[in-house]
Design a protein around this ligand. Structure first.
Ligand code: S3P
Length: 441
């Protein structure tokens, strides 16, 4: 997947935001739905799949390894799986585009299959650390030849049968947890992951839904997730809830643009993902959770968000794993709050699609926001509700969430914000700017 030409876009001050917003499917859940369906024996159907570039990279890779994946005219995806242990040798390199989740989870799957695969990605993905998955998967017996620093492009050779391990996560990462559990799927015996700090639990939930023997135990050392290998997965009907990480942009935009009143429907409210709602409410945001229900084994709700004056907070570091992808847009909320917001303990932001601490410090600083950068976060002194200055051209750094966050900043600015390249938005939220036009007067 070569990167398209940069697409600059200026977002002028606009608003209020009013109306109802339908979200794209959850990205994390969409990846997992394709991978697990691709490993089941028989045909699964997936409704509400996110049709963004990252998820399509996962679909292409699963097809390259033997799964049959098609989109029906009704938008429902049908997947005929190969069975656990049945993945085939891909004939060409697997192009992961911008997607860290595709890369790390698929590395887990391949680790316990007798196949060799090469992973490539775009300039952003090629800078991201893969050592965090190479290390545990290596212990299970997979062999890796990576680019310097444990990066892409890399070639790996899986081992079958692999060796089950017990692994304590050194970083709070759902991708690392999932990579080990997925390797465990085709490994004889019990593979165990201990997470001292809870991270998103979509893998464990969905694997259990597919019939794998997964147990989760809460202990003083953290959560222990165990999976029995040589599992058989049964095909499923899956409904993917809306992505809370995509809802985040509208939650903040409606909170900071005066007169706004939006209802975001079908928002995934899994507690391991809902940290931003907690943080924004602490700041004084007016967010009502309506019609709380379950979709596809995940809690969802409709969120009504109305403009409200925001106050600065110290963002509790323990919220970090449950809002790790939402910090860029939280920094925009902080830019319009009264007082100095301090967000620390979020050093993982430095190894996302971009260095999100540096990218947001530079972009907001260029828009006239007072920002102090730390190794593990930012402190931002907000305007107290007045628009930020804006009038700058900022870099999205091949990072969809920087592009969308700075678009929200543009709405709440005096002079607008030009994002140098909004094309990365297609990785997770292809309809973002259409929705913006539809709900902004
Ligand atoms: C994801 C886990 C998180 C998150 C990413 C999606 C997942 O990454 O930032 O966008 O689907 O498992 P880490 O595991 O690196 O924290």
């Amino acid at each position: 997947m070569s990167h398209p030409l940069p697409r600059p876009l200026t977002v002028l001050p606009r608003g209020p935001l009013r109306g109802t917003i339908a979200l794209p499917g959850d990205k994390s859940i969409s990846h997992r739905a394709l991978m697990f369906s691709g490993l089941a024996v028989g045909e699964s159907r997936i409704t509400g799949l996110l049709e963004g570039e990252d998820v399509l990279a996962t679909a292409a890779a699963m097809c390259a390894m033997g799964a049959d994946i098609r989109r029906g005219d009704d938008g429902v995806w049908q997947v005929a799986g190969v069975g656990v242990g049945g993945l085939l040798q891909p004939e060409t390199a697997l192009d992961m585009g911008n997607s860290g989740t595709s890369t790390r989870l698929l590395m887990g799957l391949i680790a316990s299959h007798p196949i060799t695969a090469t992973f490539t990605g775009d300039a952003s993905l090629s800078k991201r650390p893969m050592g965090r998955v190479i290390e545990p998967l290596g212990r299970m017996g997979a062999d890796f030849t990576a680019s310097p620093g444990g990066r892409l492009p890399l070639t790996m050779r899986g081992l079958c049968p692999a060796v089950p391990i017990e692994y304590t996560l050194p970083v709070a990462s759902a991708q690392v947890k999932s990579a080990v559990l997925l390797a465990g799927l085709n490994t004889p015996g019990i593979t165990r992951v201990i997470e001292p700090v809870p991270t998103r639990d979509h893998s464990e939930r969905m694997l259990a839904g597919f019939g794998a023997e997964v147990s989760v135990e809460q202990t003083d050392d953290g959560r222990i997730i165990s999976i029995r290998g040589e599992a058989e997965l049964a095909p499923q009907e899956i409904t993917v809830p809306g992505d809370p990480s995509s809802a985040a942009f509208w939650m903040v935009a409606a909170s900071v643009v005066p007169g706004s009143d939006v209802t975001i429907t079908n928002v995934g409210m899994n507690a391991t993902r809902a940290g931003l709602v907690t943080a924004l409410r602490m700041m004084g945001a007016d967010i009502d959770s309506l019609d709380e229900r379950e979709v596809g084994g995940e809690p969802v709700a409709d969120l009504r968000v109305r403009h409200a004056p925001l106050s600065a907070i110290e963002v509790p570091p323990e919220l970090a794993p449950s809002m790790i992808d939402e910090y860029p847009v939280l920094f925009v909320a902080a830019s319009l709050a009264e007082g100095r917001t301090v967000a620390r303990g979020a050093e993982e932001l430095r190894v996302k699609e971009s260095d999100r601490i540096a990218a947001m410090a530079t972009a907001l600083g260029a828009c006239g926001v007072s920002v102090e950068e730390f190794e593990d976060g930012l402190a931002i002194t907000g305007t107290g509700g007045d628009p930020i200055r804006g009038g700058a051209r900022v870099a999205s750094k091949l990072d969809h969430r920087i592009a969308m966050s700075m678009a929200v900043a543009g709405l709440a600015s005096d002079r607008g914000v030009t994002v140098d390249d909004v094309s990365p938005v297609a990785t997770s939220y292809p309809a973002f700017f259409d929705t913006l036009d539809a709900i902004c007067s």
